[in-house]
Design a protein around this ligand. Structure first.
Ligand SMILES: [Zn+2]
Length: 232
């Protein structure tokens, strides 16, 4: 089924800069990066990773006995956990079915978020660094990180300015209304807790789901779809 979602929000205060680290091989990272023209970008993969975590949390809350693989460790992700049981397995857990795994492409496409505030883009408050391994003195693998010069400095610069205009688009395919329902509640939850450091999307303001459609028709999850998850 064709899914299209558009989220509208503005962001106040810091983005996900301090201590952000490009981590897994999955492309799920916690970092804000710079585009070709030096503009700040929150990569689609970062947003997708956060939504994945949120949907997983909700799913396990609905039904703790549902099996979900161990993202983001590629070697423990679907279909690997099923290969012990079935050779050449192509099975995926419910979360990989929606978000994909290193071996199963995702059918959903997320847009990058680009900071539109020019002053901010020219700000020198953000440094890009590479962690150096103390023993070998070489750059550690996947250790590129982004750091604010100081948390206070970053907050001061960003205070009361709307950083990200417009919003985020998600487009692609889901299997059924049950998957769409989980995505919907995941998005809702992500927007509501956007201020938390662990989610790291900065402080969200004026957030709303502008559009959420399935096969071209407006969609809102119903109790019955969430009950299907509960019942496994
Ligand atoms: Zn999985």
């Amino acid at each position: 089924m064709r899914l299209e979602a558009k989220l509208e929000f503005n962001m106040k205060t810091a983005l996900i800069i301090a201590g952000g680290e490009i981590s897994s091989g999955l492309g799920i990272d916690k970092a804000t990066v710079r585009g070709k023209k030096g503009q700040l970008i929150i990569p689609a993969s970062s947003i997708k990773g956060k939504l994945r975590d949120e949907c997983q949390r909700i799913l396990l809350g609905l039904n703790p006995s549902i099996f979900v693989c161990m993202a983001p460790r590629a070697e423990e992700m679907c279909p690997q956990p099923f290969i012990d049981e079935e050779e050449n397995s192509v099975r995926c857990c419910p979360i990989c079915e929606i978000f994909g795994s290193p071996w199963a492409p995702c059918q959903l496409y997320f847009s990058d978020l680009i900071v539109t505030n020019e002053d901010l883009n020219e700000s020198r408050n953000i440094k890009i660094g590479v962690s150096i391994d103390r023993h070998s003195r070489t750059a550690k693998e996947k250790s590129l990180y982004y750091l604010g010069t100081s948390p206070q400095g970053v907050e001061y610069t960003f205070a009361n300015s709307s950083l990200v205009g417009g919003g985020l688009t998600i487009r692609g395919e889901v299997k059924d209304a049950k998957q769409a329902a989980l995505l919907y509640v995941g998005i809702q939850s992500l927007l509501n807790i956007g201020g938390s450091k662990s989610v790291g999307l900065g402080w969200l303001d004026e957030k709303k789901i502008e559009k959420f459609s399935l096969d071209g028709k407006p969609f809102q999850p119903s109790e019955s779809e969430l009950k299907e998850w509960k019942d496994g």
